[in-house]
Design a binder for this molecule. Structure first.
Ligand code: F0G
Length: 460
């Protein structure tokens, strides 16, 4: 008999206590943090959904491999293990280890970019865009229109708009194109997957014009799960085979291993082309480390070599995606406006719909993030006008397209009862949502203000 309950496919060998606090204590902590959860101490947080990046719990097999690591400067055995693990998955012969994803981005996009160059992606993640723009190049997002409607049910809302892609390549000029980047899953667009057929079309267009095709593959295992369960022709393929097929379509990849690598730190860049890889290796040696460790210690490389295999295990991936869906659907049934369908690594809430009485210039997303913390000890992140808002020449806020709150789920960290607790906190939030007020910014830096801005509650 098949059972509907999702069990965590692991036993717990080592535990870390949770820090329990009361709403009044949390109010004090939050006030001291300028109403910005980024400025809270993690020990004052009960459930931390700030990010799924670098927050995974490692397995006993990963810890065991770390003890056996080789910390030699050059040609370490641990590098061979990692190289083999990445090569078996991607098929790319040139592999450059980096300390995290943005280091690989800085090397590749810094080299390919510069003034007059163009990058096109389904959606550039913030650090991707920042590295491209820092080089002087231009980054254009090219997501299908279905992906821009938060509540529309569509199986692959992370897909690239391939008609527009071709037009953009011609408009920008083939010789000015630095690369096309397909981000799987599409983090900034709600953790939504990209279909294999879309990746194929993107690959064909890139081949036709001779444009480099790069995968931002930090959640490729989660993406493979969606392909197997939603796309015709994949139900009998393994998740690993599906990921391999996607890599076979591209010319290289950039990975933040802090996500589907199941490690707390790590990343890599892998390429088919020798000349490009040689140029990037020079930059790797200057800024990260020697070619056989980049930004990683031997033990980091061992943990990642094992993590890249574990992440494709059917038991793990089923638990991972189904438990994220379980959480999102539970909120949806309660009437919380969540982005649909639920993505792979996070649940996104539309704060403008949740707090319709809070005007956009009083940051409804920040209000929800603060409420979640004070009422439930839950840390989440605002992905809206605090993060992306700009000012016009008169100092008036130009809001972001949407005001979302992301609850990103660390891998293998929280149990179903933890998730049930979080869902229960939403009952309280829903019951008094009309009493919640917005926030104004009282202090902010010129760039990436969401990390350090300080706020004041309206009317206090
Ligand atoms: N690309 C994507 C799609 C990402 O989600 C991230 C990180 C990066 C690149 C950069 O990798 O952090 O290792 O340098 N996303 C994290 C998040 C920070 O919370 O979504 P990194």
């Amino acid at each position: 008999m098949s059972r509907r309950i999702i069990i965590e496919p692991f036993k717990i060998k080592s535990v870390e206590p949770l820090f329990i606090s009361s709403p009044s204590e949390r109010e004090e902590y939050l006030q001291a943090a300028g109403y910005n959860p980024f400025l809270l101490k993690s020990e004052h947080v009960l459930f931390d959904f700030l990010t799924d990046s670098g927050t995974s719990a490692m397995s006993s097999a990963q810890w065991a491999a770390m003890m056996d690591a080789d910390e030699s400067y050059a040609g370490a055995r641990s590098w061979e293990h990692l190289r083999e693990s990445i090569f078996n998955l991607t098929g790319y012969p040139h592999i450059l280890p980096t300390h995290q994803g943005r280091a690989a981005e800085r090397i590749l996009y810094g080299y390919l970019g510069g003034k007059g160059k163009h990058f096109i992606s389904n959606t550039h993640f913030d650090t991707t865009r920042a590295n491209i723009e820092f080089s002087g190049a231009e980054a254009t997002d090219c997501l299908i229109k279905e992906g821009q409607d938060p509540f529309l049910e569509f199986p692959f809302k992370g897909n690239m708009d391939t008609e527009r892609l071709e037009k953009l390549i011609l408009e920008k000029g083939v010789k000015n194109m630095a690369a096309v980047i397909l981000t799987v899953t599409n983090n900034s667009g709600g953790g939504q997957p990209v279909s294999m057929s879309n990746a194929k079309t993107v690959g064909e267009i890139c081949k036709k014009y001779g444009v480099l095709f790069i995968l931002d593959c930090c959640r490729i295992a989660e993406n493979a799960y969606f392909i197997r369960h939603r796309e015709d022709g994949y139900k009998d393929k393994s998740y690993f085979e599906i990921a391999k097929e996607m890599f076979s379509l591209a010319d290289g990849c950039v990975m933040s291993a802090k996500k589907d690598g199941l490690v707390n730190m790590g990343g890599f860049l892998a390429l088919r082309d020798r000349k490009l890889a040689d140029a990037c290796t020079n930059l790797l040696i200057i800024t990260e480390g020697f070619a056989t460790y980049g930004g990683l210690s031997g033990r980091d490389m061992e943990a990642l070599a094992v993590g890249l295999k574990e992440v494709f295990s059917p038991g793990y991936l089923t638990y991972r995606i189904r438990s994220t869906t379980y959480f999102g659907e539970k909120l949806n049934i309660k009437g919380v406006p969540v982005m649909m369908p639920i993505g792979g690594h996070a649940v996104y809430i539309d704060a403008r719909t949740f707090y319709p009485h809070i005007p956009v210039y009083q940051y409804p997303g920040q209000a929800l993030v603060c409420e979640l913390y004070v009422r439930g000890g839950i840390r989440s992140v605002e992905v809206g006008s605090v993060m992306f808002g700009k000012y016009d020449e008169n100092g008036k806020l130009i809001p972001a397209k949407m005001d979302l709150v992301r609850l990103a789920i660390p891998r293998r960290v929280y149990t179903q009862s933890h998730i049930d607790y979080v869902a229960e906190v939403f009952d309280e939030l829903l019951s008094h949502r009309d009493k919640v007020r917005g926030y104004t910014i009282i202090e902010e830096p010129p760039f990436l203000r969401h990390f350090t801005a300080r706020f004041s509650p309206v009317g206090k």
